[in-house]
Write a protein that binds this ligand. Structure first.
Ligand SMILES: Cc1cc2nc3c(=O)[nH]c(=O)nc-3n(C[C@H](O)[C@H](O)[C@H](O)COP(=O)(O)O)c2cc1C
Length: 451
């Protein structure tokens, strides 16, 4: 049984065929998947989309694996409501990876990087993109001091030949690894994995302590150690069941323009750390699937980062505030907003919790606390709580000039103000919510034929 992307897709086809849309007609590599997924989203449909025939290329493309919250939860064998709990259970059992000598991802090895790259449908997604981009690449690198592996996502603009531009704007672990390598005057070896088991993608989108190996997290999520193989030209380990791997390095001391690219904020942006990658080899399966990830304000671009983040943040917050019920990073807030529901035990407690929440995630700009009778996954309920339980002069506070994500178009010099709003009702609140008569509801259901 294949332990990678195609194994997952075969399972999906068996268990939920309606979740897989296969397009048979030959279409261009550029723009097609973005339009298909975008138009489906407008109809509230979020299937995985497979483009079988890509004009000018031998490889099929597949995208939108992470477009649907229920499908992502099902990857962990659970429901969206139980996802945070299941995530916590699984990551308690970190599993060190094992190294194998032979791997599907090295069926074809091309150390002529230019030739190898020429066969891949690296494509444009939005009209404003500066060029073709790899949007689905997991960048694998090793800590220059400890050798631990880190996995993260970074947009990569194909500049031609063997060269890509890359942006490290989230200023996470890869950024830190690169800074240490550059200080020593050396390049940082990397591998870019395009297509592998989706749970490795979920692990790559999450944040662990710097000294922990993110392959062990992927193993924990999968319930079995991840099989890895050593790259051919660089000392980096990659998933043996992957589809395509680019080997190479991020060059020291070199900066080049990169972008614009359609980002999760919904804007095309050239804010970038402007780093440069040189590819040394391309390895892949003979009939590889080219996995794409629809960028911009797409459901999958936002959900892939969000679901692990919500699970991690809920668990950290619950350690200090057991009354926390749920946290939602709503899509409309593009990672900058979070809604938190809690059962407060003292006045002022939501404010204390909101400060911790802001401190846990640098992306957050506005955090809102509501009572536990509010469903934070229903944005209208949150807005209703804001409308009816909060006074703007006493209900919020602002912290100026805090580090933020560089891609917030309204931020200046890498900083943003942070706002916290307490929309919980006072403990001595006497207002009563209207409720319908339950017997009349039963009768109404009967009349409407819903019983
Ligand atoms: C779909 C997706 C695309 C991303 N693209 C970028 C990117 O282009 N540049 C970047 O610096 N961070 C990007 N990120 C954020 C990082 O990959 C993410 O924060 C990661 O967890 C960093 O982890 P690390 O601190 O362990 O390296 C992206 C995240 C997701 C989910």
């Amino acid at each position: 049984m294949d332990k990678g992307l195609r194994g997952y897709l075969e399972q999906l086809e068996r268990e939920k065929p309606e979740d897989l849309l296969v397009v048979d007609r030959e279409c261009p590599a550029d723009y097609t998947l973005t339009s298909l997924v975008g138009l489906l989203e407008e109809q509230n449909r979020y299937p995985v989309v497979m483009q079988q025939k890509v004009a000018g290329y031998d490889l099929p493309m597949v995208a939108n694996l992470f477009g649907d919250r229920s499908r992502v939860a099902a990857m962990l064998g659970t429901t969206p409501e139980r996802f945070a709990h299941e995530w916590q259970q699984r990551i308690g059992g970190l599993k060190s990876p094992r190294t194998v000598q032979q791997a599907a991802v090295q069926e074809m090895v091309d150390t002529d990087a230019v030739r190898g790259l020429g066969g891949l449908p690296v494509s444009r997604h939005f009209r404003q993109d500066a060029g073709p981009y790899i949007a689905s690449g997991i960048v694998v690198a090793r800590d220059p001091d400890t050798g631990v592996h880190n996995l993260s996502f970074h947009r990569m603009q194909y500049k031609g030949q063997d060269r890509f531009g890359i942006s490290l704007h989230s200023r996470g672990h890869l950024w830190d690894y690169y800074a240490r390598a550059e200080k020593r005057g050396v390049a940082l070896p990397i591998a870019v994995v395009i297509g592998c088991h989706p749970l490795i993608y979920l692990a790559a989108g999450s944040k662990m302590a710097m000294e922990q190996d993110e392959y062990a997290l992927a193993g924990a999520l999968m319930g079995t150690p991840v099989d890895l193989v050593r790259c051919v030209t660089r000392d980096v380990l990659v998933p043996a069941w992957g589809e395509i791997v680019l080997e190479g390095e991020i060059l020291p001391e070199i900066r080049e323009d990169e972008g614009p690219f359609g980002e999760y904020t919904g804007y095309a942006t050239d804010r970038s750390t402007r780093n440069v990658v040189q590819i040394t080899a391309v390895t892949r399966r003979r009939e590889a699937l080219y996995m794409d990830l629809i960028p911009g304000y797409s459901s999958e671009h936002l959900l892939l980062g969000r679901m692990a983040k919500e699970a991690e943040v809920v668990s950290r917050m619950k350690e200090k505030f057991p009354g926390i019920r749920a946290i939602n990073f709503p899509r409309s807030g593009t990672h900058f907003h979070a809604y938190m529901s809690m059962k407060k035990v003292a006045e002022g407690q939501p404010r204390q919790a909101l400060m911790l929440l802001l401190g846990l995630d640098m992306y957050l700009k506005w955090v809102v606390a509501v009572d536990d009778d509010i469903d934070v996954f229903n944005e209208e309920e949150v807005l209703w709580a804001l409308a009816t339980r909060m006074q703007p002069d006493t209900g919020q506070f602002v912290v100026p000039a805090v580090m933020c994500n560089l891609l917030d178009p309204s931020s200046r010099d890498g900083m943003s103000a942070k706002m916290a709003t307490d929309a919980t009702k006072p403990l001595d609140w006497s207002m009563v919510r209207c409720t319908r008569d339950p017997q009349a509801d039963d009768l109404a259901r009967e009349i409407l034929g819903q019983i």
